[in-house]
Every structure is written in structure tokens, then in C-alpha cells.
Design a protein around this ligand. Sequence first.
Ligand SMILES: Nc1ncnc2c1ncn2[C@@H]1O[C@H](COP(=O)(O)OP(=O)(O)OP(=O)(O)O)[C@@H](O)[C@H]1O
Ligand SMILES: [Mg+2]
Length: 401
Amino acid sequence: MGNCFGSPAQDSPSTAGTSNYHSNTTGFSTTSSNARFFEAVGVEDVEPDGQILETPNLKVFTFSDLKSATRNFKSDNLLGEGGFGKVYKGWVDEKTLAPSKMGSGMVVAIKKLNPESVQGFDEWQSEVNFLGRLAHPNLVRLLGYCWEDKELLLVYEFMQKGSLENHLFRRNPSIQPLSWEKRLKVAIEAARGLSFLHTSEKQVIYRDFKASNILLDWNYNAKLADFGLAKLGPSGGESHVTTRIMGTYGYAAPEYVATGHLYVKSDVYGFGVVLLELLTGRRALDVKRPSGQQNLVDWAKPFLSQRGKLKNIIDPWIEGQFSFKAALQTAQLTLKCLAVEPRNRPSMKEVVEALERIEAMTDRPKQKKVRSASHPSVPQHSHQPIHYQRSPRHSTEHGSM
Ligand SMILES: Nc1ncnc2c1ncn2[C@@H]1O[C@H](COP(=O)(O)OP(=O)(O)OP(=O)(O)O)[C@@H](O)[C@H]1O
Ligand SMILES: [Mg+2]
């Protein structure tokens, strides 16, 4: 990567609103070449190992474009809602990205800032700066944005199956529980996305790794979304960056919550929490669970470290789908990611390798299968993640699409 991620926020909003492309980090420039744009954003031709684009190549949409792409933000097109605002399904022309008729052209996901969101502008800017330049098969593709007066929107590739959260903690009974094989695939792909960020020339700390930020396409390929809280890693020999504490309870690393010191390895902790969610089928935090069980990590850690107890916490939906050895290795890896000291956690590269070994093991014919006879039954569907300094969030359901 050449220069640091710049700040589009300093650019004149007056340039938005013309149908052009954001082609550098310090200013907007226009080009009429749709072909060139499409070469750069083609969702299919992302390099397998990822790349950092010298300049972001994002389409600047007008508000009126996005209004017509979503049929005036019609509630039927609502995909979900988070701290930033609502996310709508929209339709655009595949070549020009101009709004198209509902059902024709290409589907995109359009995130619209809630005017009451306090962090909105910073998050929007961070998303454009980071995601606009990062290209990897396991990162969601940002196609463009709109900035007109107070309207801030982001346009992404559409992820047909919605978030991992919706699949793991199904509120919609039409969504099938994820098999162990799919859970492992999602874990490996999300880990590859994080590993790419951590090993890129300018280390990127993602800071908000959680099940709702892992999106799945029609084939359950997993991609990380939401770079609103991303930060460049430490420089000048420092081990960490110091930031305002933001993130999601239940996923944030203890050192970060306690001190605001953010390490690359703070992301590894968040990854460990998601791995634990995949293994147990339980949310990171659920205030409706009995006391002592509300925080998943606190409750599950003793089970992870004892061979004899492990089967008690495995999600009954995946029982019998993998060997005890695979379960044990996943538990050990989870424990390492959740180490209290950041330096004792593995790198994401090591995590990817460990998961690939577990996957190879899972592919082989299984003998001794995991049986989870006594999964303690507690409410599974009642958790509302709590954001530090972020607006309350509400999610709607994704059905299988
Ligand atoms: N690119 C996309 N394709 C399909 N659905 C999406 C896309 N982006 C977001 N969604 C849907 O919109 C929902 C809300 O996303 P959003 O990122 O705004 O909030 P969140 O991740 O649930 O919470 P947070 O604000 O903490 O990130 C997601 O859970 C997902 O169901
Ligand atoms: Mg999100």
C-alpha cells in the first residue's frame, strides 16, 4: 500500500451528487469510463490473496439514485438495522450501476445513516477509507457511497444469506441450523479475512469482529463487513494503539475494555468468541440467561479446558457431525484465542492453519462422534448486543434467499 488511508471527509460534499467515482484518498475525481470502474469493482475478480488498491474506486451515487434503487427506501426492501442505520435491498444496472427496475439488474445492499447516530460520520468515513481500498475474497465489496447534505449512505455487494448471526441464532424458523461443516467453512473464511488485514503492509485492526459482521453469500462464502471501527495498527515499534473504547460487549478483548489499548491480537480475542458461538450455538452475551451464564466466555471457559466436560457445551444441532478429536482441537484453539494476555494469543495466520487442519480431519470418515447429552437449556434468542457509545440496534430477519 502506498500512502496512509486518507480522509474523504475533508473533501467537498459539493462534488457528491454528480455521478462520478471516488478515485483517490484526498479528493474526488471524475471519470466517465464505466468500463474502467467495472474493471476495478468486479466482485468476481478479486485476487485470491487480496490486494490494497492504490486508490479507492468507488461510485458516487446521488441520493435520488439510491431512492429510486430502493423504491424510496420501501420497508419491504429492509434487510436489517444496526447502530449506523437501516440496510435496504436495491437494484442497479450491472454495468453502469444506475438505478434499475426492481427485480432487474444487480441486487445491492444500501446502508442509510440514521440522522440520530452519534458516531455516524466517523464510521461512514472509516468505511469508505478502509473498505474502499481493501479487496479480498473474504471482505465485503463496497461499491460506492452517497454524501448529500445530511444524507450518508453506503452501497455494498449484496450478500444473499445475510449475517452469520441470523443463521446461528435463528429467530426465523425457516432458516436451517448451520452444519458443523458450514460453521468451519465460515470460521476459516472469516479468519482469512482477518489474517489479510493483520498482515497487510499497513496493519489494519478490525475492532468489531462479531457474528453480525460476518455476511454470507448464496454459497455460504463468508465475508467481513463493517469497517466503521477499523483502525490502522501500531507504528514506530509500539505494541498497541490507544483509542476511545468502542465495540460490542461480549466480543471485545479484556485489555481493550480495561485500558483502551487496542492490539492486533484484540481481534484474535473477538475471533475466539465467535468460534465459541459456532461451537456452542450460544450468543456471546445474553442477559436473559441465568446469572453465571450470561457471558459466554466466562461460562464456557472451564468446559473448554476439560476433556470430559467439553461435550456438555457443544451445540446439539451439530452433535455427531465431527470427531471428538476435532472438537477438542477446536476447543483448544478457542482457548488460545481467548488468552487473557494478548501476546499469548495465536496470530490469525496460525488460526487459519489450525482451522484448516481441523477441516482436513473433519473430512475424513469419523469414528468416535461427539454426543452432547446434557446441553443445558437456556433461552437462545433473546440477546441484544450492547454497544459502547453506539446507538441501540434492532435487527430484522433474513430468510433464506
Ligand atoms: N451487504 C449486505 N448484504 C445483505 N445484507 C446485509 C448487508 N449488509 C448488512 N446486511 C443486513 O443488515 C443487517 C444490519 O447490518 P448492520 O451492519 O447495519 O448492523 P449489525 O451488524 O447488525 O450491527 P452493528 O451496527 O453493530 O454493525 C445485517 O445483520 C444484515 O442482516
Ligand atoms: Mg454490522
